[in-house]
Write a protein that binds this ligand. Structure first.
Ligand SMILES: C[S@@+](CC[C@H](N)C(=O)[O-])C[C@H]1O[C@@H](n2cnc3c(N)ncnc32)[C@H](O)[C@@H]1O
Length: 202
């Protein structure tokens, strides 16, 4: 049986090995991140968390959306990814937190939105973990689950086949989100982007 710390160790080893090259591997994704962030509907002064922020690729767009009076946080479990974020100067756009998104050091209902790119597939308990993301968002706040590559294109790149039990298949994700207290409001799965949006129910 795997325990939580096995999962953490696995995630940290996987991303530590990739941290230094992460941004170089995907140099053209910036506009896709900015377009996905725009869908959150953030306003000047808003408060947003990038969950599993990695090297902080979404932080500049999140900061631009909420302005200097807003709050931008980036949370990640892998120190090497956060070091790369700081090296790239993205700690100027958001405060970097070394933490597990399964237990966030944040007050309940303190945020307007959570942005999570490439995160959900790495969560050991996705239902529980989505519920923790819900805890920190105010009623009516928004969650974006994003990936700059669609499911089919990603599976092809990784040399695997898409199966009906895929966590991010629309019916599976809708049910998962509903069970965690989110209402899925839109779902797009194209070659060049995956984006599911959900609203926190009251
Ligand atoms: C595929 S990378 C995506 C990074 C970044 N969001 C991006 O789009 O470039 C997934 C990130 O999630 C982080 N992660 C995975 N599980 C996590 C958890 N339970 N809590 C916090 N971060 C986690 C990993 O360390 C990694 O940096």
């Amino acid at each position: 049986m795997r325990c939580m710390s096995d999962d953490h160790t696995h995630v940290q080893e996987f991303f530590t090995a990739r941290a230094a090259d992460w941004d170089r591997r995907f140099p053209d994704d910036g506009p896709a991140y900015a377009a996905a962030v725009a869908e959150l509907g953030l306003r000047e002064g808003g408060r947003v968390l990038d969950a599993g922020c990695g090297t902080g690729r979404a932080l500049p767009a999140l900061r631009a959306a909420v302005g200097r009076s807003g709050v931008v946080l980036g949370a990640d479990l892998t120190p090497a990814m956060l070091r790369e974020a700081a090296r790239a100067g993205r700690n100027r756009d958001g405060a970097l937190l070394l933490t597990d998104v399964a237990a966030l050091p944040l007050r309940s209902s303190s945020l307007d939105a959570v942005f999570a790119a490439g995160l959900i597939a790495h969560l050991p308990q996705p239902g529980e973990n989505l519920r923790e993301l819900r805890r920190v968002v105010r009623p009516g706040g928004v969650l974006a689950l994003f990936h700059p590559v669609g499911r089919a294109a990603l599976a092809a790149r990784q040399g695997r086949r898409l199966t009906p039990d895929d966590l991010r298949a629309e019916p599976n994700l809708r049910a998962l989100l509903t069970g965690a207290g989110w209402r899925m409001t839109s779902y797009v799965d194209e070659d060049t982007r995956f984006l599911a949006l959900a609203v926190r129910d009251a």
